[in-house]
Design a protein around this ligand. Sequence first.
Ligand code: FMN
Length: 157
Amino acid sequence: MSDSTESLFRLIYASRMSRGTGPKDIEGILEASRRNNPSLGVTGALCYSVRGFVQCLEGDRKAVNDIFRRIVRDSRNEEVTLISYGPAPDRRFAEWTMAYVRADEVDQALLARHGAGREFDPYGLSADQALGLLEDTARERAAFLALQKDKLTVREE
Ligand SMILES: Cc1cc2nc3c(=O)[nH]c(=O)nc-3n(C[C@H](O)[C@H](O)[C@H](O)COP(=O)(O)O)c2cc1C
């Protein structure tokens, strides 16, 4: 996806999953993301853990704000806390309408690499740590999925 650099914005926030919200709701959230984000030109990554969500949204300023406003009002999460917001030189998740990362895939080595402590804590992350963790985990996951696909192809032959 291409943008003029002036119009590209990136927003990262942390939030808690509301009481009564569970893994099934995550499917609905991802469905909405995949339904809405492409036409809005928004890409990003969403990480979910028992401690909460961290999400990165990138795209046109208005589109990012519109989605963020919906999320703040969404009763499936609460205590929405901004980690960073501002113009960005490039997209970090250009190939993802919404990369989905489970926090248990964020391993100790990755946390250590980003100086993010021993346990994944959405509210303890700096902007650089949040972005780095989301990006590295999405990349590792893409490599893993590609590997699975290759294996399946081999099995089919
Ligand atoms: C943690 C979290 C992340 C979400 N991320 C997105 C998103 O990236 N894009 C989106 O359209 N909706 C997202 N939603 C859902 C929106 O709050 C809202 O339900 C949805 O945009 C409504 O879409 P619809 O009118 O097509 O049903 C998210 C919700 C939560 C709780």
